[in-house]
Design a protein around this ligand. Structure first.
Ligand code: NZQ
Ligand code: ZN
Length: 389
């Protein structure tokens, strides 16, 4: 375990099929005015809206709603939320939904009392809000397991005008102060969203696992999380209402991206950077965009990441090592990942997401970061995208 780091996480989690009973208590410590944000209406058909509204009433809150937060939330929509948050002078933003809604709540929180151009300052320049800037606390009721947004500072927003989908990882003040994690709240998800969430979780773990060569506890935790995810995914695909599997998946998702397994690791997040650029051009579902490029990406970094891929094959996928070279094992690791993508029904390529050859030059302007086993160039991204079609 190398490196120096701080581990701290301010989010209080309430987990289990009775988690929502804690909502009244969780919101009681904040002021009277709540901004309730949610997506396109799934919470109205599955009953979660009623549960939340009853809790708001029981806690004696006045609430104002912003609905219609879309998957891959847009800057335009953030501006709408900022205007509402200002006019109702919200004391708490309660996000009820998946990663898009929770990311959105953080974006509105950071932007409402910032006087300049919030997009430029937080997402383009990656600045933090000044210590004396007012931040509206965010709380979350999670309805989709995948992003980890319920316990992190991430907020991914798309500017449709410039076709930029950018993530800002805010500091602790923007983490949800509490999150209600009831696995049953995910039962109503359409299968493709459940699957996209599963692959998103896998990709978060992989982005952190594929770096470093020391004997790191983070890697052992990551391997355990991946093994549990694979086992639970196989149950959930056949039996989506299996509580044990869905609750494991929800818990894995949270730990995959609440900073724990990234400790002591350098990270490049290149699959995410490419997938975000794909999302900006196609509005593709996030987890599907990740799946669509992952096979080609891990083949591309195979030489540089050979030892780690070989370990991935042995420990995560139980590929027998006997008689195999490290190179054989590394290839088997990528093959196992690709087979799992097919098995769960995630996207095996990016053509199915609407990416065409003529978009590749634009998508290749994805942000490139160093840190993993192979620092990519723009030409490398073009090759990966072509191989993903
Ligand atoms: O809008 P509604 O009607 O609620 O429908 C949503 C939406 O259409 C639906 N849904 C959610 N819960 C449901 C449900 N439908 C039925 N029953 C339920 N219980 O699912 C659709 C997708 O929801 P969304 O919130 O967009 O999905 P997800 O949680 O995958 O979030 C994706 C967004 O998070 C960002 C992605 O880039 C993308 O913008 N990410 C955020 C991260 C973070 N904060 O750290 C990291 C991730 O890597 C990711 O980039
Ligand atoms: Zn992701």
């Amino acid at each position: 375990m190398l490196g120096n780091f701080i581990y701290y996480n301010p989010t209080k989690l309430y987990f289990g099929n009775q988690a929502a009973e804690n909502l009244v208590n969780a919101i009681s410590g904040y002021g009277k005015k709540v901004l309730l944000v949610y997506g396109g209406g799934s919470i109205k058909t599955n009953g979660i809206y009623d549960t939340v509204v009853n809790a708001l009433k029981a806690a004696g809150k006045d609430f104002t709603e912003v609905s219609g937060v879309m998957p891959n939330p847009t800057l335009e929509k953030v501006k709408e939320g900022v205007a509402v948050a200002r006019s109702c002078d919200a004391d708490l933003i309660l996000a009820v939904g998946g990663g898009s809604t929770i990311d959105y709540a953080k974006a509105v929180s950071a932007s409402t009392w910032y006087d300049g151009d919030a997009w430029e300052n937080f997402w383009v320049k990656q600045n933090e809000p000044a210590p004396d800037q007012r931040i509206i606390p965010v709380g979350a009721v999670l309805t989709l397991s995948g992003t980890g947004s319920e316990m992190n500072g991430g907020s991914v927003i798309t500017d449709e005008e410039t076709k930029m989908k950018l993530g800002k990882v805010f500091g602790y003040r923007l983490y949800p102060q509490f999150a209600i994690l009831n696995p049953e709240f995910t039962f109503s998800l359409p299968k493709n969203q459940m699957v996209a969430g599963m692959f998103d979780i896998m990709s978060h773990i992989l982005e952190q696992y594929f770096s470093g060569d020391d004997d790191s506890t983070s890697d052992y935790i990551s391997e355990g999380l991946m093994r549990s995810l694979i086992a639970s995914s196989r149950v959930a695909i056949k039996d989506p209402k299996n509580y044990e599997a869905r609750s494991n998946i929800m818990w894995i998702a949270t730990w995959a991206l609440n900073t724990l397994i990234g400790k002591g690791k350098t990270q490049d997040w290149e699959v995410h950077m490419i997938a975000h650029a794909i999302g900006a051009y196609t509005h593709a579902t996030h987890g599907m965009a990740l799946a669509g490029v992952s096979g080609a990406y891990y083949k591309f970094i195979m030489k540089a990441a050979q030892a780690r891929l070989a370990r991935f094959a042995r420990v995560v996928w139980d590929v027998p090592a006997d008689g195999k070279t490290e190179e054989d094992l590394a290839a088997a690791g990528v093959a196992a990942l690709e087979a799992w993508i097919k098995e769960i029904g995630a996207a095996s390529n990016i053509s199915v997401l609407g990416v065409t050859e003529d978009m590749i030059e634009d998508i290749a302007n994805a942000t490139l970061l160093g840190g993993g086993y192979k620092t990519l160039t723009r030409d490398d991204v073009i090759q990966i995208l072509k191989a993903s079609l």
